[in-house]
Write a protein that binds this ligand. Structure first.
Ligand SMILES: O=P(O)(O)OC[C@H](O)CO
Length: 373
């Protein structure tokens, strides 16, 4: 059953590439049956080479390896890298390659980040196989060992067989997958569920987030690299803050891969600050992580919670409802708040006209982009 809460999951929060990359490579190196990897971004470079080496070496050991890449996000993966994967025996497919289709079809991207090993362990987060994740961007991931791994695997399997997925050679016939294995349920594990979304057609992540924001009683802390929230989310954040909930946003500072998106989101700062929402801009690097903590509920994964992601993309997040895990996420937020600059409401109200002009221009662009169909 889709989106079912399942008990018995062991989860480990892995902040920063220095923790999650070794954990993933280690899991792949210990695989015995199959490895499933689904990514939005993969571009030739140092990290992609490490990923290809790890997958190729597993395939050469006899492990069945399946790599599903978004047809747009993987355009920077050079032919020689694709050939290296295929010649090592890695099954490579692309989701919805850009083509002479409708604009809506070309805009619909697979933005999910999934690694499954032997049906027993899964990873998700905001990661991709591009060099920015090695150092330049701050990212987090989650390692899951337990019954919800089957739901991650089911998402992968469904998309692998989708009519929009093609073999890298262009052949539309899907490459066959091995029988699904099942994970162990742990008595000391936590309650979790996998939530997915398919653009405007299917919006479970959005509905779950809105419900939790509305129900939060003590705190609502949200981290996203692309803060361009829907009207419905802004209204809920403002209402929660006015009702005394501790509402905080952890957002990128000036280090940003798409500064225009940051300006477009900053046009909402004043109303949020006025309602009592606290806004922290992360300083050390570009923070690309996506996670939210509402009381003791956590949602973490691919979804940026911005209206573009919610409208067009295939997304998937892991939700965890557990006080112990919530305190790990709280500690992570607190470390990141300490590395941020809090936006001062009075200083923001007096910001220069140049800044206001950028917010207006990128706000107009954002409004036009959202009218695309
Ligand atoms: O779409 P994300 O959140 O995986 O981030 C990728 C960036 O948009 C690439 O510029």
């Amino acid at each position: 059953m889709q989106h079912e809460w399942r008990e018995g999951n062991r989860v480990v929060l892995l902040p920063e590439a220095s923790r999650f990359l070794p954990a993933m490579f280690d899991a792949v190196s210990q695989a015995q049956h199959y490895v499933l990897v689904e990514l939005y971004l993969m571009e030739s470079g140092e990290l992609a080479t490490q990923v290809i080496d790890a997958l190729a070496s597993a395939a050469r050991r006899g492990v069945q390896v399946f790599l599903l890449l978004d047809g747009y996000g993987a355009m920077g993966l050079e032919r020689r890298d694709r050939e290296r994967l295929q010649s090592a025996g890695v099954a490579l497919q692309l989701f919805n390659p850009i083509g002479f289709h409708s604009l809506a079809r070309n805009l619909s991207r697979d933005h999910r980040k999934i690694v499954v090993v032997d049906g027993e362990i899964a990873f998700t987060g905001g990661f991709g196989a591009v060099d920015e994740f090695l150092q330049a961007w701050y990212e987090i991931a989650l390692r899951i060992d337990g019954p919800t791994v089957a739901d991650w695997e089911a998402l992968f399997r469904r998309l692998w067989r989708s009519r929009l997925t093609r073999q890298a050679s262009g052949d539309p016939a899907p490459l066959p997958l091995p029988p699904q294995r099942s994970a162990t349920s742990h008595a000391d594990g936590v309650r979790g569920r996998v939530m997915s979304a398919r653009g405007y057609r299917y919006q479970a992540i959005r509905h779950s987030l809105y419900a939790r924001v509305s129900r939060a009683r003590q705190r609502l802390w949200l981290c996203t690299p692309y803060f361009v929230p829907t009207f419905a989310l802004r209204r809920r954040l403002i209402r929660a803050a006015r009702q005394g909930v501790d509402v905080r946003l952890l957002l990128p500072g000036a280090k940003h891969d798409h500064p225009g998106v940051r300006y477009a989101g900053q046009r909402f700062y004043q109303a949020l600050l006025k309602a009592g929402v606290r806004i922290f801009e992360f300083q050390p690097t570009f923070i690309h992580a996506k996670f939210v903590l509402a009381d003791e509920w956590v949602s973490l994964g691919s979804c940026n919670f911005d209206h573009w992601n919610l409208h067009w993309n295939l997304e998937a997040n892991q939700e965890i409802d557990d006080p112990g895990f919530a305190s790990d996420v709280q500690a992570l937020f607190e470390r990141n708040f300490a590395a941020s600059q809090e936006v001062d409401a009075a200083a923001w109200a007096a910001r220069p006209w140049g800044q206001r002009a950028k917010e207006w221009v990128y706000g107009v662009v954002d409004g036009l982009v959202m009218r695309l169909k």
